[in-house]
Design a protein around this ligand. Structure first.
Ligand code: AMP
Ligand code: FES
Ligand code: ZN
Ligand code: ZN
Length: 338
């Protein structure tokens, strides 16, 4: 039986890489403190900054939103409806989970306001006397741009390949544009350590030095028209964010996108998990030692500053002269407001 290092009661998680077992209450406390420390260490954002959290309805991004609110940050959500509802209602269910999460947060903060010494407040230890009433922005892609992601991918790729490239381009575009238009200075995503090292491994196998130079917990708003991007959960193992969601009772969508099954990223995640089993802590040190080398300038010379122009239609920054990749992919000829 594992015991909590802090209080000796039953532990809910044993983190071999930290040689640390914790009970539910002390685990929550640990996650909050670790996240706050990462935000400070990597200079992600300040207390008074408005943060936009990209929420997919999954465990990582909903937990991230929860943690930021409990830490007292002014965090709002952005959900992008991709119209992926076959063979399973993936997008519809993700939006339901996101909405349900927001309602429960609001209900809880109302309850705390009404009876300030309730169990809820004690259980949450720290804040949850939210100074900020969170908002959820929803951008529905088929409603706004006329096609679902699988439809635009089919139209553009003549049935070849997966819709993931079209999806990635669309999400990045909508996240940046909405953040800027609504006046957020920073965009936070729920990427965890397993996500980060799968990409890192892929880029290392091919020595993609340009990508390596730009992979970091913080991508600064290098120029006008680009919002700062941060990943406050980049040092948490996937198992850790899942455990946080579980102990907090956050209901999230378990399924991943139907188009992601069998992709290369998942293959690398499996490989890296085998490594971790043999050598606990290998995943975390792969990432942290990469950040150290990068911080020492190992990839600096590859960090090319690309020439950016404003898209002639939507004004978003792009390397292409004329229309940006998003406007070209979606055949946009007049400005559409998301
Ligand atoms: P993924 O690429 O699906 O692993 O997602 C990585 C991160 O992107 C998530 O943790 C979210 O922060 C964000 N994200 C993914 N899908 C969406 C979506 N449909 N709407 C808003 N944010 C999303
Ligand atoms: Fe975009 Fe699967 S989430 S294609
Ligand atoms: Zn404890
Ligand atoms: Zn454009």
């Amino acid at each position: 039986m594992m015991r909590c290092r802090k209080c000796g009661t039953n532990a809910v998680i044993n983190m071999r890489h930290h040689k640390l077992s914790l009970c539910a209450e002390h685990y929550e406390e640990w996650v909050l403190a670790q996240t706050d420390r990462a935000i400070e260490k990597y200079k992600m954002f300040a207390r008074d900054e408005r943060v936009l959290v990209a929420v997919s309805g999954g465990k990582d991004s909903l937990s991230l939103w929860d943690v930021l609110l409990r830490l007292g940050y002014q965090a709002d959500g952005l959900y992008i409806g991709l119209g992926i509802n076959e063979p399973l209602p993936y997008s519809d269910v993700s939006l339901e989970k996101t909405r349900a999460f927001l309602s429960s947060v609001i209900a809880r903060s109302e309850a705390t306001k009404q009876s300030p010494s309730s169990d809820l407040e004690i259980a949450s230890q720290k804040t949850l006397v939210m100074t900020h009433a969170p908002l959820l922005h929803v951008v529905d892609i088929p409603q706004t741009y006329g096609k679902t992601i699988p439809e635009i991918a089919r139209a553009k790729m003549r049935g070849q390949g997966k819709p993931c490239a079209a999806c990635g381009l669309t999400k990045r575009y909508v996240m940046n544009r909405l953040a800027l238009e609504k006046g957020y200075t920073v965009l936070a995503t729920g990427h965890n350590l397993d996500d980060e090292i799968a990409v890192l491994f892929q880029n290392t196998l091919r020595w993609q030095t340009g990508y390596l130079a730009r992979q970091a917990p913080v991508l600064p708003a290098s120029r006008e028209g680009l919002v700062k991007k941060v990943k406050p959960f980049c040092r948490f193992y996937e198992r850790e964010t899942a455990t946080y969601a579980l102990v907090r009772g956050i209901e999230y969508i378990y399924e991943e996108c139907p188009h992601a099954t069998g992709n290369l990223t998942n293959f690398y995640k499996t490989l890296l998990n085998q490594l971790e089993t043999e050598s606990p802590g290998a995943k975390l040190s792969f990432y942290l030692e990469f950040l150290r080398a990068r911080g020492e300038g190992a990839f600096e010379q590859f960090n090319k500053v690309e020439e950016l122009h404003a898209c002639e239609l939507c004004d978003q920054p792009t390397t292409a002269p004329g229309r940006c990749a998003f406007c070209r992919m979606w055949d946009i000829i007049a400005l559409v407001q998301p």
